[in-house]
Design a protein around this ligand. Structure first.
Ligand code: NDP
Length: 282
């Protein structure tokens, strides 16, 4: 009789010790009654390729990639989903039965699910501002366009990077771009912070009046306390001022679906993780 085996999964990143992914995926495994283990592995960009090969050669079935490995993972994957190619970044690698390694990007759909399903925030017809033009911004642009917003502005500390990004997507949408000083006098219904400023407690310089009445704020970063941008949203009377914890759980659920063929329930886990924090995002 063949004994059931445990499948191995991991998140690779540098740094990675803070990652909540092991806890999230173990909770999904318990909820769906599946046998797997999930660990966090400190892997630098230099170690990435050999570490991935080694992991898959020793029974690994799937890897999540976080900073600074998403672009390397996109280059490494032998097959890629359309959304991974649009993002030019991969956060999920899956070893397929034919030996190929599929790269996917579940960040965009994770954000959309948290915004629209978990919080009922509409994007259609709204004026959207994205702060930042790095990998995360790249990953969320296509799903945002898919919601048919009225307009999207990308503002970045280095404005040339925002312009570059908008040119890449010029066939599908007409983004306006600027530096933070170009935001004076403008007003938006939804502001998404896709900078990593929150990770160091910083906030891009945002002018008064930037958030329209009944506007919403969403910080892709998350922490055990309200981030500087979540606090900015609260001070500026945002209807919702949220951080990226829900996005993190939703992108993990999509990765789990890709690996295990079943999408776990997310609401109770998000509620549990929220209850353990020093503030309630709403
Ligand atoms: P990148 O390193 O690719 O990009 C960082 C961006 O932040 C750049 O646009 C950079 O501007 C800008 N930036 C960095 N520091 C500052 C600062 N002090 N002031 C203003 N702008 C700044 O990072 P990612 O795009 O991969 O990640 C961005 C954020 O999204 C991170 O906080 C990350 O944790 C979060 N994230 C959350 C996820 C989730 O599931 N919740 C998933 C993916 C990402 P410049 O170009 O000028 O350097």
């Amino acid at each position: 009789m063949k004994l059931p085996t445990t499948d191995h999964y991991a998140v690779f990143g540098d740094p990675v010790a803070h990652s909540k992914s092991p806890r999230i995926h173990r909770a999904f495994a318990a909820q769906t009654g599946q046998m797997l283990d999930y660990s966090a592995r400190q892997v630098s960009a230099e170690q990435f390729e050999t570490s991935v090969q080694d992991f898959f050669a020793h029974g690994g079935k799937g890897i999540n990639c976080t900073v600074p490995l998403k672009e390397l993972a996109w280059r490494f994957a032998t097959r890629k989903t359309a959304r991974a190619d649009a993002a030019k970044a991969v956060n999920t690698l899956a070893l397929k039965a034919d030996g190929s390694i599929l790269g996917d990007n579940t960040d965009g759909i994770g954000l959309m699910t948290d915004l629209t399903v978990n919080h009922g925030i509409e994007l259609s017809g709204r004026r959207i501002l994205i702060l930042g033009a790095g990998g995360a911004c790249r990953g969320i642009l296509e799903p945002i366009i898919g919601q048919r917003p009225q307009s999207v502005v990308i503002a970045n500390r280095s404005p040339a990077k925002a312009t570059e990004l908008s040119l890449e997507f010029a066939d599908t949408f007409n983004f306006d771009t600027c530096g933070f000083d170009g935001l004076a006098g403008l007003s938006f219904d939804l502001i998404i912070n896709a900078t990593s400023a929150s990770l160091s407690g910083d906030l891009p310089p945002l002018p008064a009046g930037l958030l329209a009445e009944n506007g919403d704020c969403y910080d892709l970063a998350y922490a055990d306390q309200a981030t500087a941008f979540v606090r900015w949203g609260q001070i500026n009377n945002a209807r919702h001022s949220l951080d990226g914890l829900g996005m993190l759980v939703e992108q993990a659920a999509e990765a789990y679906l890709l690996w295990r063929g079943i999408r776990p329930q997310t609401a109770s886990l998000i509620a549990l993780l929220n209850s353990e924090r020093n503030f309630q995002a709403h």
